[in-house]
Design a protein around this ligand. Structure first.
Ligand SMILES: Nc1nc2c(ncn2[C@@H]2O[C@H](COP(=O)(O)OP(=O)(O)O)[C@@H](O)[C@H]2O)c(=O)[nH]1
Ligand SMILES: [Mg+2]
Length: 451
């Protein structure tokens, strides 16, 4: 029996909501336009809304598949805004598959990745930034990242964006009204305090950007590449930072030929540290490939740490390496092996160039390096960070550019108005008021099935 069919309504979808494998319970989630009959067919009884009902789940021939709890959330008060069922069975790999198969038999189809959350968005239960926060919460690798994802999920980021939008729309309304009365343009600029409003808008936008950028850092972290000549202690430094023997260390130059990665956390920020093959001319074919990979990682890095032996410092070879780094790449020089150079740990800054002296062997000076990496990343600890994505940051920057352009257009009100309109369009993409379908596909496609 197909109890979920209807010619126009959205299809009923089902998926395993818990991780596959052995567990105490396994949950199959179902969402669709009308699921009471579905629930009846599955459990033999009509479930009460928002109550856990002890149920026996049966196959079409009446044989028992499992017993467990059935939860029924009638539309619109559910995660997706549709009728939602949660079928809680025992968490055996086979039994949950049988429950899922039964749901498919009753007319549901397997949900696509992110489809539940997409429906929640389409039905206005959450906006786009909140939908993205759902997956960011699931993916959060640190407590701080999880906290900021929850903040975004609860709508703090969206509210901040809405506040900006409201102020922008207010200003636009004033401008558009004045456009109809060209004689009063100059009066308008003064009376409506257009400059002052624009100023405040730009300041608020900068604050929101700041908080979003910190959240982006919390989630994504920083790619740090350790580079330098062979034998200066890159692998030793990775091991020291990671607190683990990730890379092989020997006194032989050219030991590291492939990339070795380690992730560590400093104040909740994930640092993805990549140890590389030492940069030198070599006839060894494998080492040469390793060196090519080193350069590829350097192109992608957020920060490159150039290691040198503290006893020799930066010489001609290092200067040649430095000259090849991409111009805008943040960099840092580390003098390693201070234990052999009878020097103390220290941080030195001349202009923008920072040097840290440390010992990968003794660990002295490592904390200076960790703090310096955070500083380069632009991290400053604040509590109220929102999780944000590259896409959000770009939208905020674009909106900021249009506000700058708007300022440059004053007192030409028509051009001013147009820039404000563009700023509004950019901001709206964050919460999803104006969002292209292909972007939605891209966002939700990255979810796991069942979310
Ligand atoms: N004394 C001392 N030796 C170090 C230090 N760091 C690395 N080494 C030694 O230098 C040699 C090369 O180290 P390694 O980490 O393999 O260098 P890489 O080729 O740059 O990866 C090894 O014998 C390490 O034990 C340090 O801070 N102090
Ligand atoms: Mg090495």
């Amino acid at each position: 029996m197909n109890v979920a069919e209807s010619p126009t309504a959205p299809e009923t979808i089902a998926a395993l909501a818990t991780a596959a494998g052995r567990a105490a319970i396994g949950v199959v989630r179902v969402s669709g336009p009308a699921l009471l009959d579905f629930a009846q067919a599955l459990s033999g009884q009509r479930p009460v809304a928002r109550r856990a009902t002890l149920s026996t789940f049966r196959a079409a021939d009446g044989s028992v598949i499992d017993s467990g709890l059935l939860l029924y959330f009638p539309a619109p008060r559910s995660f997706t805004g549709e009728d939602v069922l949660e079928v809680h069975g025992h968490g055996g790999a086979v039994v949950v598959q049988m429950l899922l198969a039964r749901c498919l038999e009753l007319g549901a189809r397997l949900a696509e990745p992110g489809e539940f959350t997409r429906r929640a968005y389409v039905n206005g239960k959450i906006d786009l930034a909140q939908a993205e926060a759902v997956i960011d919460l699931i993916d959060a690798a640190t407590i701080a990242a999880a906290r900021s994802a929850v903040r975004s999920l609860q709508g703090e980021f969206s509210r901040a964006v809405h506040l900006l939008l409201e102020q922008l729309i207010e200003l636009r309304a004033l401008v558009e009204a004045t456009l109809d009365f060209p004689d009063e343009e100059v009066d308008f600029l003064e009376a409506a305090d257009a400059f002052g409003r624009l100023d405040r808008l730009q300041q608020r936008l900068a604050q929101v950007f700041e908080r979003a950028q910190q959240g982006h850092l919390l989630q994504g972290g920083l790619q740090v590449v350790l580079a330098g000549q062979p034998n200066v202690g890159k692998s030793s430094l990775l091991n020291r930072l990671a607190g683990d023997e990730l890379a092989i260390v020997t006194p032989l130059p050219g030991t590291t030929r492939d990339l070795v990665r380690g992730t560590l956390q400093v104040e909740g920020i994930p640092l993805h540290v990549i140890d590389t093959a030492g940069l030198r001319d070599t006839d060894d074919q494998i080492e040469r490939i390793g060196i090519e990979r080193t350069w590829r990682e350097i192109e992608r890095a957020d920060v490159v740490v150039l290691l040198v032996d503290a006893r020799t410092g930066v010489g001609a070879a290092e200067r040649a390496i430095l000259a090849q780094f991409p111009a805008h790449l943040a960099r840092l020089t580390v003098h390693n092996k201070i234990d052999l150079a009878s020097r103390g740990a220290e941080r030195q800054a001349t202009g923008d160039a920072v040097t840290i002296a440390l010992s990968a062997r003794t660990g002295e000076g490592i904390e200076l390096l960790r703090q310096e990496l955070l500083r380069i990343a632009g991290w400053h600890p604040t509590e109220d960070v929102f999780i944000a994505r590259e896409r959000h940051l770009r939208a905020l920057l674009t909106a900021g550019d249009h506000l700058d352009a708007a300022r440059a257009q004053l007192p030409q009100l028509e051009l001013f108005a147009e820039e404000l309109r563009l700023a509004q369009a950019a901001l709206s993409t964050i919460t999803g008021e104006f969002t292209a379908d292909d972007l939605l596909g891209e966002i939700f496609g990255r979810f796991c099935i069942g979310k």
